[in-house]
Design a protein around this ligand. Structure first.
Ligand SMILES: *Cc1c(COP(=O)(O)O)cnc(C)c1O
Length: 382
């Protein structure tokens, strides 16, 4: 399905294809079951029941309560809603938040916006493996700190932060803890109960559901302000007619992940390790990120001396990603990799391979062959 035109898709962290079973579950809600969940007649009540079911499914999936799930358009919106909302509600308590230099731009740019509004943000550093220092975290939390936001799994390197230990430190200080779990929910067990998380975001299109749907988990003791004004949907946090088909898709994706996640992981990790072992045979290559605390589907590899963009341009049959973000025509090296101490050159030489449940043996063998040929033929500038 994702080998369109015989291209091996190894960019699952950017977005996943929709599971055909998710699409099948959605289709009736794009056709005959088109009702508005707010309508009181038959069409509406049927939809409302469906939405309630999905909310329960999504809640059970992360061990939360049904009334703690707010549907959003994705993780970016959930992050905006959470960070700006907490800033707004708790500004009388303090104006300081703590986050990490390797967060997704959705977090970093929202924090930058809040800095412009007078909030103070501490950006924790990471070690060469991408992990934060728990002592630095503890020292960063002040009397005026209202929120600590640390992502669970990094989208570029797959590094898994010690989220349970982090949450317990934050909680002991009486501060709220938020985590961006966009790259962990659907891949590994995320258990709100045992982790002690106050706010969490997830996204449909990173877990085989469609784009344009996500969710924010908000612990029920927290009252966020209205983010989108209107008819009062989603506990008056986010008005607007619910995206029913996408919500149904998200529910189906949670259901499938519940029963299949573990088996998928076992298969995918073997492919990832094979890919990594083969690519590391290329001279001057190394893995970015913590070899132990790393999710099973990602390998971020530096091909020292090569320009990752040139490599991508030459890859006829492989779709992978480089970490760099192109802002106003200036290409910047990945902020995640430079935060881990990589030089600009090494960051520009790094590629992210992210695998998923439809990755095949052929994808791996083909990619290794293609990349080996490229590195043998390409001009080396170092
Ligand atoms: C993809 C991603 C986001 C943004 O998710 P959207 O649903 O596309 O807004 C945020 N954080 C991480 C870690 C991601 O991988």
């Amino acid at each position: 399905m994702n080998s369109a035109n015989n291209i091996s898709y190894l960019d699952y962290n950017a977005t996943t294809p929709i599971d055909p079973r998710v699409l099948d579950a959605m289709l009736p809600f794009l056709k005959e079951n088109f009702g508005n969940a707010n309508s009181t007649h038959h069409f509406g009540s049927k939809i409302k029941k469906q939405i309630d079911d999905v909310r329960e499914k999504a809640a059970r999936f992360i061990k939360a309560d049904t009334n703690e799930i707010i549907f959003t358009s994705g993780a970016t919106e959930a992050i905006n809603m959470a960070l700006k909302g907490i800033a707004d509600v708790y500004h009388t308590k303090g104006n300081h938040m703590v986050t990490v230099s390797t967060e997704h731009k959705a977090v970093l740019d929202t924090c930058k916006y809040l800095e412009g509004k007078g909030y103070e943000i501490t950006y924790l550093s990471v070690d060469k493996y991408g992990l934060i220092d728990l002592n630095e975290l503890e020292d960063a939390i002040q009397k005026n700190t209202i929120l600590v936001c640390v992502m669970h799994v990094n989208n570029e390197t797959g590094v898994i932060q010690l989220i349970g230990e982090i949450a317990s430190i934050v909680r002991k200080k009486g501060v709220l803890f938020m985590t961006d779990a966009t790259q962990s929910v659907g891949k590994i067990n995320v258990d709100m109960e045992s982790l002690g998380i106050d706010l969490l975001c997830l996204s449909g299109h990173k877990m085989y559901a469609p784009k344009g749907i996500g969710a924010l988990y908000v612990r029920k003791s927290i009252n966020l302000p209205t983010y989108m004004h209107g008819g009062g949907n989603e506990k008056n946090l986010r008005s607007g007619t619910l995206n029913v088909p996408a919500i149904v898709g998200l529910g189906k994706a949670c259901e499938i992940a519940t029963s299949e996640m573990k088996n998928d992981a076992e298969r995918v990790v073997r492919f990832r390790d094979e890919l990594e072992t083969e690519l590391l045979k290329i001279p001057k290559t190394f893995v970015n990120g913590n070899p132990e605390n790393r999710i099973y589907n990602v390998s971020n590899i530096c091909f020292k001396g090569f320009d990752a963009n040139v490599m991508i341009g030459r890859m006829k049959n492989v779709a992978v990603s480089n970490g760099s973000a192109c802002t106003s025509a200036v290409i910047e090296p990945s902020h995640v990799l430079t935060s881990m101490g990589l030089s600009r050159d090494d960051a520009f030489s790094s590629l992210r391979f992210s695998l998923g449940k439809y990755t095949t043996d052929k994808d791996i063998k083909g990619s290794v062959k293609n990349i080996s040929e490229i590195t043998q033929s390409i001009y080396r500038y170092a």
